[in-house]
Structures are given as structure tokens and as C-alpha cells.
Design a protein around this ligand. Structure first.
Ligand code: PLP
Length: 427
């Protein structure tokens, strides 16, 4: 496989961009080697500058649920090129109405430009609304790169967090408690001690940022009850799962009614977007209606709104989510069969069209168990799959995404490649 042009492009990029990329995971650091540079995408396929082609399971890290360059999305973008920017457009209301209709817990919504902005703003709103400072985040959940969310657990269950990045003041970490995912007991202890001071619990209801983890039965509903008891807001970060695992997101799938929800990715159809919404009573505390400030020059810009509206409209068609779940199951069944046949220890997780394959012999249910995975083996697997024309996430701790335009034949090709690569790695 020739990757010479990509290698050259990476060297050029490194001269002017730290690490050669604008978001760290793209650099292939955890799998080694040099990232591939893409200059064309269509449907389920990506094409690199050396002329190699790949079946894409990254989907721009989630947004491309209807595939790359869907004709409806392109037409919608073309149509709004004549719009100005910075004054209200009806497009913002249309997208807001679509989300409000899709997600019953969201009565009002505010558009921003990224998932990071969405979570950061939702937390400010929760703090302002409750007049409390503490927040709880769960280990292994990623909510973007705001200071007080780049925190990991301290030494004991109820100790305060420690920053995971230089540049995050220790003082900021003081207001974040980090707790394990899928562990209601620990959270109950934390709440018994400090519940009255906690503004919000923020989590990915189905975490996708430590690889895909599924919530234990009763975990999310228990969390809902606990937070309600203490007047703490429950914030679902559905930047990844929103309109992905079901039209109404993870909260539809698990029938939970959070106070606030964060969106991003799919609702912008591949353009930069984020949003946060929830109960009207809470949302009305936002400026200019209320005193809690949040703003954005390009928030609700016509291009992102148009791509979002056309993507969500496509997702309203009957059978769309059945198709996504069906393709997910086909891939899962095929891979499971390969794992069994070749006797490879692994743990596969899936929620509809999101999946992860962890190379571990443990049951994966939280950040600790996720880290039992053999990342060296994953790196070899990743490279092998790339050589077979399958583009997976360049990290063991990311989810894969199937789009509506992945056909049975592409899924089967992927299963075959999986078998071939695993067989080779076993010998
Ligand atoms: N929240 C979740 C669940 C995410 O997956 C991400 C990004 O991957 C973010 C927040 C941050 O979004 P962005 O990268 O658009 O800032």
C-alpha cells in the first residue's frame, strides 16, 4: 500500500500545525505510523491523496450518518449560500423545532458551534440555575476540552478530581468530582456527602469516548432518581448518541428524561455545530431572556443549519433506524463468528450503528476494564484493516460508526477483512 503522498503531507503539516493535525486523535499516535490524508469522500467511502480507497467507519467521528456528500445535503448547502450571517434566519428555528419534536425532554434549544461549547454552556446554565458550583463527571466520558471537564478521578471515590492536562488550574478541578461510570453505589455515597452542593451530573448516557460502553440495567434510571432527589440537574451529553442510536437518542432508547441535553455532530450534518437544550423553565435563564450569558458569532450559521435540517429530514424516513441497527447486527454477527472461529479473546459492544471491539478477555463496563485492552494488538489490527481498505478509528478507545449507505456488501467485505487480519495476527 503506497502512502508516500500522505507521509509527505504530514511532514509539511507538522511544520505549521502542532503535531500536524487540528485534533490529536487524527495523528495516529496511539497506533503508530503516519495519518492518511483524504481529498475525496462519497457515500461510505473515503479516498486518500495516494489513490487508496477505504470503507469508512469513522464517519467524521460520528456526523456522517447519511454518508458523505449526500445529494440532499449538498443541495441544501448550495441553496443557503446566498444567506447572510449574524442576523436571525428561519433555518435556526426549523432545526430547533426538529430537535424539540424529536426529543421530548428538550423544550427549547440554543445552537453553538461545537460539542465543547455545548457542554461548557450547559454546565454554566446548570450552575447558574441551581446556584451551586460542583459538578460530577464520569470517568472515561469525554465532553470536549473545557478546563473543568478535563479531569480524572482523584485517589478516593469522593475526592475531588485532578486535571488531565497541563494548563488546567488545580482550582478548577476542585469543582469537579470524577466517579466511575456504571457504578451507582459510588455516586450514592458522593451524593450522601455533598449532594446539596452538586449543580449537575454530566455523562455520555452510552459512552463512546472510551470505546463504546453500554449502561448497566437500571443505571441511567437510578441516576435520574438520585439527581432528582438532590435537586441536581442531569445533563445527557448526546453529542455522539443524539440521532445516532435512535432518532430521539439514548434517552429514547432507555426512556430517561434528563434536564439538559447536549448535541453536536449529526445535527450539523458534517458542518461545525453544537447545541444544548432542555426544560423551558431552565433554558429561559439564558441571555437575553435571563441573566446567564452565552453567545457565539457563528452560532446558528445558515450552512450548519441547512446541513443539519437536511440530514435530520433524511433520518425521519420510515425504516431508517431499523436499517442502521440491521447493518450493525450484521457486522456484529460476522465479527463474533470470526472471533469464535479463530479463538481471539475480545469483547464487542454495540448500540445500533455504533460499535467497539476491545481486545481483552474481560467484560468491559467502565474506564478501568476498558484499559485492560491490548492496545498493541489493536494497533496491529488497525494497520492490517487499513491495508485491507477498512478505515477504523486509530485508537482502541474510540467507537466505530456505520452509515445509512453502508450496504450488505461493504459490511461483508469488512467481516472478511476482519477474519483475514485476525488470522494473520494469530500466527
Ligand atoms: N461530547 C461528546 C460525547 C463527544 O463525543 C465530543 C467529541 O467527540 C464532544 C462532546 C466535543 O465535541 P467537539 O469536538 O465538537 O467540541
Amino acid at each position: 500500500m503506497n502512502l508516500n503522498k500522505s507521509k509527505e503531507a504530514f511532514l509539511e503539516a507538522k511544520k505549521v500545525i502542532p503535531g500536524g493535525v487540528n485534533s490529536p486523535v487524527r495523528a495516529f499516535k496511539s497506533v503508530g505510523g503516519s495519518p492518511i490524508f483524504i481529498n475525496r469522500a462519497k457515500g461510505a467511502w473515503l479516498y486518500d491523496i495516494d489513490g487508496n480507497e477505504y470503507i469508512d467507519y469513522i464517519g467524521s467521528w460520528g456526523p456522517m450518518i447519511v454518508g458523505h456528500r449526500h445529494p440532499d445535503v449538498l443541495a441544501a448547502l448550495e441553496e443557503v449560500l446566498t444567506y447572510g450571517n449574524g442576523a436571525p434566519t428561519e433555518l435556526e428555528t426549523i432545526l430547533a423545532q426538529i430537535v424539540v419534536e424529536a426529543v421530548p425532554s428538550v423544550e427549547m434549544i440554543r445552537m453553538v458551534n461545537s460539542g465543547t461549547e455545548a457542554t461548557m454552556s450547559a454546565i454554566r446554565l446548570a450552575r447558574g440555575y441551581t446556584d451551586r458550583d460542583l459538578i460530577v463527571k464520569l470517568e472515561g466520558c469525554y465532553h470536549g476540552h473545557a478546563d473543568y471537564l478535563l479531569i480524572e478521578a482523584g485517589s478516593g471515590a469522593t475526592t475531588l478530581g485532578v486535571p488531565t492536562s497541563p494548563g488546567v488550574p488545580k482550582d478548577f478541578a476542585k469543582n469537579t468530582i470524577s466517579a466511575p461510570y456504571n457504578d451507582l453505589e459510588t455516586l450514592c455515597k458522593i451524593f450522601a456527602e455533598r449532594g446539596e452542593e452538586i449543580a449537575a451530573v454530566i455523562l455520555e448516557p452510552i459512552p463512546g469516548n472510551m470505546g463504546l460502553i453500554l449502561p448497566k440495567e437500571g443505571y441511567l434510571s437510578g441516576l435520574r432518581e438520585l439527581t432528582k432527589e438532590y435537586g441536581t440537574l442531569l445533563i445527557f451529553d448526546e453529542v455522539m448518541t443524539g440521532f445516532r442510536v435512535a432518532y430521539g437518542g439514548a434517552q429514547e432508547l432507555y426512556d430517561i428524561d434528563p434536564d439538559l441535553t447536549c448535541f453536536g455532530k449529526i445535527i450539523g450534518g458534517g458542518l461545525p455545530v453544537g447545541a444544548y437544550g432542555g426544560k423551558k423553565e431552565i433554558m429561559l435563564h439564558l441571555a437575553p431572556e435571563g441573566p446567564i450569558y452565552q453567545a457565539g458569532t457563528l452560532s446558528g450559521n445558515p450552512l450548519a443549519m441547512a446541513a443539519g435540517i437536511s440530514t435530520l429530514s433524511l433520518l425521519q424516513k420510515p425504516g431508517v433506524y431499523d436499517q442502521l441497527w440491521l447493518m450493525g447486527k450484521r457486522l456484529e454477527d460476522g465479527i463474533r463468528q470470526n472471533l469464535e472461529e479463530l479463538n481471539v479473546p475480545a469483547f464487542l459492544t454495540r448500540s445500533g450503528s455504533m460499535f467497539s471491539l476491545f481486545f481483552t478477555d474481560q467484560e468491559v463496563k467502565d474506564y478501568k476494564t476498558v484499559r485492560s485492552s491490548d492496545t498493541e494488538f489493536y494497533a496491529k489490527y488497525f494497520k492490517g484493516m487499513l491495508e485491507e481498505g477498512i478505515y477504523l478509528a486509530p485508537s482502541q478507545f474510540e467507537a466505530g460508526f456505520i452509515s445509512l449507505v453502508h450496504t450488505e456488501s461493504e459490511i461483508d467485505e469488512t467481516i472478511e477483512a476482519n477474519k483475514k487480519v485476525l488470522r494473520r495476527l494469530k500466527t
